[in-house]
Design a binder for this molecule. Structure first.
Ligand SMILES: Nc1ncnc2c1ncn2[C@@H]1O[C@H](COP(=O)(O)OP(=O)(O)OP(=O)(O)O)[C@@H](O)[C@H]1O
Length: 267
């Protein structure tokens, strides 16, 4: 496919994202802060795009614009060919799981299934499939405070997958987790997106996480964030084990490249 096609019809298909001349400012007058842009970015359906950059460079702002939680001060944002609307068209996972603590794991997933308009008789089957997909079989009846932080984040991922939206947005979802749990969840997210073919946009500070997860990594400059590196990640999405992938020379070289660019951008 010619690269010009990526900014055209591909971005209008389900799960495609297109940002054109986007910038976003918070506040007014002397207090105004331009958080991001101007930038153009096109994400074709099925791509796993990771946004990396220094703290405060506007990564979360960009994700919120794509989710439709904010409208850009300038430019246009399109998801699946139309302006995004909050809560529709994309599943979102935040750094904190934001669950209903008094409900069970299953109860939290049921809320998402109801919100997605899934008929009640289909809930048991859909719920079981979601719990299996995120490795939570056997804990469905536990209350949220009875499961670990990593399991809570798995519930949040299952909830975001419940509506079967073609777009999956994740804002530093593993930042608060220990290293082992983080790696295990990275592997799950990589597997789930490869299996379902969803488009993903993932925000992180970590070059390691970016290269492991992404089929493409975009590094942003310091605020206001602009694209300083747009790098395809030609590592196998299926077949190789996570251990093989992490141990490969290609992985190390890509991680070094991204680390270098993030440092240079922040300087
Ligand atoms: N609601 C808001 N009102 C005013 N300023 C905001 C708001 N949200 C973000 N900002 C400012 O916009 C800039 C970008 O913030 P944003 O959270 O998008 O960055 P980030 O790259 O995600 O940061 P981090 O990696 O630390 O989470 C920051 O200077 C931040 O203080």
């Amino acid at each position: 496919m010619a690269s010009s096609d990526l900014s055209g019809p591909a971005a209008e298909r389900p799960g495609g994202v297109r940002l054109t001349g986007v910038s976003h400012r918070y506040g007014r007058g002397e207090d105004a802060v331009t958080a991001v842009g101007p930038l153009d970015l096109t994400v074709p359906p099925g791509e796993f795009l990771v946004l990396v950059g220094a703290s405060g460079c506007g990564k979360s702002t960009l994700l919120r614009l794509i989710a439709g939680f904010e409208r850009p001060t300038h430019g246009t944002v399109e998801v699946s060919g139309t302006a995004p609307r909050p809560g529709q068209g994309a599943g979102v996972v935040f750094q904190q799981p934001r669950l209903f603590p008094w409900r069970t794991v299953e109860g939290n997933i049921d809320v998402a299934l109801r919100y997605a308009g899934v008929p009640r008789q289909e809930w048991p089957e859909r719920r079981a499939a979601l719990l299996e997909r995120v490795g939570l079989q056997g804990v469905g009846k536990r209350r949220i405070w009875e499961v670990s932080g990593g399991q809570q984040q798995r519930v949040a991922i299952a909830r975001a997958l419940a509506a079967e939206n073609p777009l999956f947005l994740l804002d530093e979802p593993f930042a608060a987790l220990d290293a082992l749990t983080r790696e295990s969840l990275q592997e799950d997210v990589r597997r789930v997106t490869a299996q379902t073919g969803r488009t993903a946009v993932f925000v992180t500070h970590s070059a390691d996480e970016a290269v492991f997860l992404g089929s493409r990594v975009v590094v942003l400059s310091k605020r206001p964030g602009r694209v300083v590196l747009d790098l395809p990640i030609p590592l196998p999405r299926t077949g190789a084990s996570p251990e093989e992938l992490r141990a490969s020379a290609d992985f190390a070289a890509l991680r070094a490249r991204v680390t270098q660019e993030v440092k240079a951008a922040a300087a």
